[in-house]
Design a binder for this molecule. Structure first.
Ligand code: NAD
Length: 372
């Protein structure tokens, strides 16, 4: 099969869909791989490394391919001549994009919709990229905070450690907790799912007392939307902890929904001057009232940062993990050199959003109806 690696066009996107190591393994399995010149440069993978791995590096018009792989989101007009595409496509947020891919007759696989099951774990790009984002969120906050994170005992006196609160203890949140702990901060965490409490504690952080709900967790381990009454109790429980923290990192999300609003402007105004809030849910509406996606807003003397692509800061490793996810999906989908699209299969049917000219995912179809 001919696989083409797309050169990302989104501003500030530094990741690449396949790294030389995965290209080598795909070429070893008998695939042909073409890479757009410069596709991996920003992630630390120059053209020569792809050539050495067995790929053809091309400039100018893209060659016809069976499958185009990208980080994304990727517009139908940018795919070039191809039969299929694998990328983050934001299918529920931008169902029109999926409609355009279907209109062009492309078979499209959305990395966001890979089922979060043990069988699909090696393809789970939401988890791999959330790992990068959680780590980066702490570094971003630490570099902005006018204080040390660890306790410092020096001849010039003892400096107390910074306090970090992480709200939402999923993949990104747990990585943020682990990173803040490694840097020596005093860390606490909170999540609506009761199962998260043990995970927070196992990383050496304190679980903040607040409402937890068994019913909030679905079979896939995800949280659902909470009632207005629960949300009000959450705000009350979190207010004091937010005010006492030097850094707050929020990661609370509900798949396919707007992120829950858990921190008000008033709560941020009560934080100490110089404190930093990083809202990792910025792209899906934000957990904090003043968050603006892609910007830093200053409330009083507190910075509220709303990053939308933190994984690009560790583009080399984030791409390596993403490439492994993509290559595993390709191996899963291809049999005897042919793409096999079995929509009844849990993984294939879970992430395939367009096939044979139609949108084939009910969630995307309803999102499209809701948006028109
Ligand atoms: P996510 O990004 O959708 O959400 C992040 C966190 O926000 C979650 O822990 C969620 O519980 C929390 N949250 C949502 N609403 C909240 C609210 N109102 N208040 C406080 N917290 C709230 O989730 P994620 O990090 O991608 O994954 C969450 C869980 O999914 C994991 O902890 C795990 O149980 C499961 N998961 C399973 C697999 C697998 O089996 N392969 C892979 C990844 C995740």
């Amino acid at each position: 099969m001919h696989i083409r690696v797309h050169r990302e066009t989104q501003p500030d996107q530094r990741r690449v869909a396949l790294v030389p190591r995965t290209v080598k393994s795909l070429v070893g399995q008998g695939h042909r791989v073409s890479v757009a010149s410069g596709a991996g440069t920003a992630a630390g993978y120059p053209d020569e490394a792809y050539t050495e791995a067995g790929a053809d590096v091309f400039s100018g018009s893209p060659p016809e391919a069976d499958l185009v792989v990208a980080v994304g989101p990727l517009e139908a007009d940018d795919v070039g001549p191809a039969r299929g595409v694998i990328a983050f496509l934001d299918p529920l947020g931008s169902p029109q994009r999926v409609a355009a891919l279907a209109e062009r007759g492309l078979t499209a696989f959305a990395m966001e919709l890979i089922p979060r099951t043990t069988k699909a774990q090696a393809m789970d790009a939401l988890s791999s990229q959330a790992t990068s984002a959680g780590y980066e969120a702490v570094l971003l906050a630490a570099s902005r905070l006018p204080r040390f994170l660890p306790m410092m005992m020096t001849a010039a006196g003892t400096i107390r450690p910074a306090k970090v609160l992480v709200i939402g203890a999923g993949v990104a949140g747990l990585q943020a907790i682990a990173t803040a702990r490694r840097l020596g901060a005093v860390v606490s965490g909170y999540d609506i799912r009761p199962a998260a409490a043990e995970q927070v504690k196992s990383l050496g952080a304190t679980f903040v007392g607040g409402p937890v709900e068994e019913a909030a967790e679905d079979a896939g381990g995800y949280a659902g939307e909470v009632t207005e009454d629960t949300r009000r109790r959450q705000l009350e429980a979190l207010a004091g902890h937010v005010a006492a923290s030097d850094i707050v990192i929020t990661t609370a999300q509900v798949p396919g929904r707007r992120a829950p609003r858990l921190i008000t402007t008033g709560m941020i105004e009560d934080m100490k001057p110089g404190s930093v809030v990083v809202d990792l849910a910025a792209a899906s509406g934000g957990n904090c009232e003043p968050t603006v996606a892609g910007e830093t807003v200053v409330v009083g003397e507190v910075a509220v940062i709303g990053p939308t692509d933190l994984a690009s800061n560790t583009a080399g490793d984030a791409s390596e993990m993403y490439a492994r996810n993509v290559a595993t999906l390709i191996e899963y989908l291809v049999s005897d050199g042919q793409l096999v699209v079995d929509l009844e299969d849990e993984i294939t049917g879970g992430c395939c959003v367009a096939h044979e000219g139609a949108i084939v995912d009910d969630r995307v179809r309803s999102a499209l109806e809701g948006s028109s």
